[in-house]
Design a protein around this ligand. Structure first.
Ligand SMILES: [Zn+2]
Length: 174
């Protein structure tokens, strides 16, 4: 991934437009800038947040990374709630898996060379589908025996379990 620089806009030089809010970056404002491979440099106000992983990469994984990064176990107040959040991530994982499968088909039919190899695409597609299925079928294993532990402790354990599973997002190895 490209290196992200944080600087303050001087009054000299050309004006930039923030890629997030589409407003100009004016003198005195802090902003991030980065340059993706074979792309124009992009600028974003520091106030508009650090660039998301999908902004820094052309990888098909981008949308999934954003889902994983946005997952906050503490924002969920029950195991049901966590289950539905994981199912949402699983949907995106399945979409990305489908894109890799399609890429593998294209590579195999074109028999050309590219940055992606069909084998690596097949592998990550399978891993994503399997992970998505784990997310969809996730159930807390934390001890729920009555009186075993206070509800807050239990929920915290359940959140950690969910978080660990989300953190195990497969990577493209090609
Ligand atoms: Zn902005």
């Amino acid at each position: 991934m490209p290196k992200v620089h944080k600087v303050r806009k001087s009054s000299a030089g050309k004006e930039y437009i923030c890629v997030k809010c589409r407003k100009p970056i004016v003198a005195g404002q802090e902003y991030f800038h980065w340059t993706k491979y074979r792309s124009a440099t992009q600028q974003q106000h520091v106030d508009c947040g650090y660039p998301r992983r999908s902004q820094l990469s052309n990888s098909k994984m981008g949308p999934l990374w954003d889902e994983v990064d946005a997952f906050t176990p503490d924002g969920h107040e029950s195991a049901d709630d966590l289950q539905s959040a994981l199912a949402d991530i699983a949907n995106v994982a399945n979409d990305v898996a489908a894109e890799y499968s399609e890429a593998a088909d294209n590579i195999e039919s074109a028999s050309g060379s590219g940055a992606l190899t069909s084998e690596a695409c097949r592998t990550v597609a399978e891993e994503l589908e399997s992970w998505a299925s784990d997310l969809e079928n996730w159930e807390p294993t934390a001890d729920t025996e009555e009186g075993a532990k206070p509800v807050d402790d239990w929920l915290q354990e359940v959140r950690e379990e969910a978080s660990e599973l989300v953190g195990n997002c497969p990577e493209y190895q090609g």
